[in-house]
Design a protein around this ligand. Structure first.
Ligand code: OAD
Length: 238
């Protein structure tokens, strides 16, 4: 690479959290293995059986709360602290490992598991406790209208104004641990490339949109991403 970048966008997916012990979505023992996607990740599923959906995310929340960030998350912190560029972290992950690692400028485009949104008044409730069909919104006091603040299939992504700006202005687009299957996020690389960014992906398996990346680094992100950060930091000294 040997270049100085002024704006870097890091897109993360479930693969970055795999080494922290959290299941990815599409692996053989994936997160949805025992559940139908339609039941736990669509708005129709939530309307059909909100109790089941709350149970699913309450369980996931407990698991996520115990997880610790790994070397890939921590390398992002180092990059943000030591590399003189604006660096945004756009994550599809609903876990909070980027925050736990001390990353900054994190945009949870698919929501986050420790939040619920009131469908009556829009209030966002931050909690690591259980949320269910009996939960009362602390703002409007209506019961049974809280939905996990997870972007279900068919819903709009969050923070797209921030993401659009970063996609148009970044000169380096880094993807870590995402299969490139789920749109719109799978299309971000195309936009960044169109506006002139270099593109690189860190993944274990071949991704669906791999033809859009200039470089591919195969392996566990906890092992491959920290040396890449070191190389970027060396480059700015040249
Ligand atoms: P996937 O499960 O589809 O893909 C995980 C990717 O991470 C794969 O390409 C793996 O090869 C790679 N991977 C696994 N372990 C890795 C490791 N240790 N280091 C590097 N890469 C590794 O997960 P996502 O692409 O994140 O949405 O899935 C996208 C969205 O699908 C999720 O955000 C979720 C689901 O719909 C919501 O929950 C709203």
């Amino acid at each position: 690479m040997n270049k100085h970048y002024s704006r870097i966008l890091i897109l993360s997916g479930a693969g970055i959290s795999a080494e922290s012990g959290l299941a990815t979505f599409r692996s053989s023992n994936g997160l949805w293995n025992n559940h139908k996607v339609d039941d736990v990740a669509t708005i129709e599923g939530f309307q059909r059986n909100p109790a089941l959906v709350h149970d699913f995310y309450n369980e996931l929340k407990t698991e996520i709360q115990k997880a610790k960030p790994n070397a890939a998350h921590l390398a992002i912190t180092k990059l943000q602290q030591e590399y003189p560029a604006q660096i945004d972290v756009v994550t599809q992950n609903v876990d909070t490992l980027h925050e736990k690692a001390g990353n900054q400028n994190i945009w949870h485009i698919h929501g986050q598991v420790n939040q619920a949104v009131c469908l009556n008044c829009g209030h966002i409730l931050e909690t690591w406790g259980d949320v269910d069909t009996q939960t009362i919104c602390p703002q409007c006091q209506v019961m049974g209208m809280m939905k996990p603040n997870i972007v279900f299939f068919g819903e709009n992504l969050l923070y797209m104004d921030k993401v659009d700006d970063a996609l148009r202005h970044c000169d380096l687009f880094i993807s870590i641990g995402t299969s490139g299957v789920v749109y719109p996020a799978a299309g971000f690389v195309q936009t960044a490339k169109y506006y002139g960014a270099e593109t690189i992906e860190f993944t274990l398996d071949q991704t669906a949109n791999n033809y859009l990346f200039d470089r591919h680094v195969y392996g566990k992100a906890g092992e491959t991403f920290p040396p890449f950060v070191e190389a970027l930091l060396q480059d700015i000294k040249k």
